[in-house]
Write a protein that binds this ligand. Structure first.
Ligand code: FES
Length: 271
């Protein structure tokens, strides 16, 4: 077995700046960074805190900064990093609760605010039978499939330079979630429920297309692409030219109208 040095960021409210603490751990072939953290917790220092659930790259809990890049710890093999020193830090752009555990409240507030579910108005009978299927041609699935692979790990927001300079920006995850439903031909919520969100000052057009979110995404979702498609959709929307406009019989939008009373508001900032 090879011995590798882990430099792990330790932070608690008693230790207000945080610091990197070194641990030497034996590493076998195939061992992941997450397993390295478990080795430390079980054999060296049980007070080390990190998030984990599925251990198979599905739940998104274990996103952290490993040797300077945002990755899933359970999907990152230590020996494949080709380094005798592995630095493990919490994700950027979040408050830290303890050690490697970020505060994701604002992230999930933003996600919820874009109404990440199918909204229907056209067929009231569906409300009486809410378990029925909404049929859709297979070709329509391609419009949003890639964007539905998001596991909400938060790595895209951590990597985003706009979020790091402007905490009011909605961030790549929430905007990608908005586009995923806007592009879904079964959804009818766009015109009334989501256009006001995505066109807000701190929404879609605040993205500078740095592309760091897409580099960081462990699932290949490509949030930067989703945001550019959202910009195009909003431009077409302002001209009354989207597919959904035509379907719904809407015409050119008047941007001076007030949002509907029940339109979502930006979430409160996390404390
Ligand atoms: Fe679920 Fe890593 S533990 S993605």
């Amino acid at each position: 077995m090879k011995e590798i040095t882990f430099k792990v960021f330790r932070y608690s409210s008693n230790n207000d700046r945080g610091n990197l603490v070194e641990y030497k751990i034996p590493v076998r072939k195939g061992m992941t960074v997450l397993e390295g953290l478990f080795y430390i917790k079980e054999n060296i220092d049980g007070s080390l805190a990190f998030r984990v659930s599925c251990r198979m790259g599905v739940c998104g809990s274990c996103a952290m900064k490993i040797n300077g890049k945002h990755m899933l710890a359970c999907q990152t093999q230590i020996l494949k990093l080709n380094s005798d020193v592995i630095t493990v830090e919490p994700m950027n752009n979040y408050m830290i609760i303890k050690d490697l555990v970020p505060d994701l409240r604002r992230f999930f507030d933003n996600h919820r605010t874009v109404k990440p579910y199918i909204i229907r108005y056209s067929d009231p009978e569906e409300f009486e039978n809410p378990t029925g299927e909404y049929l859709q041609p297979p070709t329509d699935v391609e419009d949003y499939l890639q964007f539905s692979y998001c596991i909400k790990c938060g790595a895209c927001v951590a990597a985003c330079p706009v979020v790091s300079g402007n905490e009011d920006f909605w961030g790549p995850q929430a905007l990608t979630a908005a586009y995923r439903y806007i592009a879904d031909s079964r959804d009818e919520g766009y015109l009334l429920e989501r256009s006001h969100i995505s066109s807000l000052v701190e929404g879609t057009f605040r993205c500078h297309f740095a592309g760091a979110c897409s580099d960081a995404c462990p699932k290949g979702v490509d949030p930067a692409m989703a945001i550019q498609l959202l910009k195009r959709e909003l431009a077409l929307y302002s001209l009354g030219l989207t597919k959904k406009h035509k379907k719904a019989g809407f015409h050119r939008i008047d941007w001076d109208v007030e949002p509907p009373e029940d339109a979502p508001k930006p979430p409160p900032k996390s404390v």
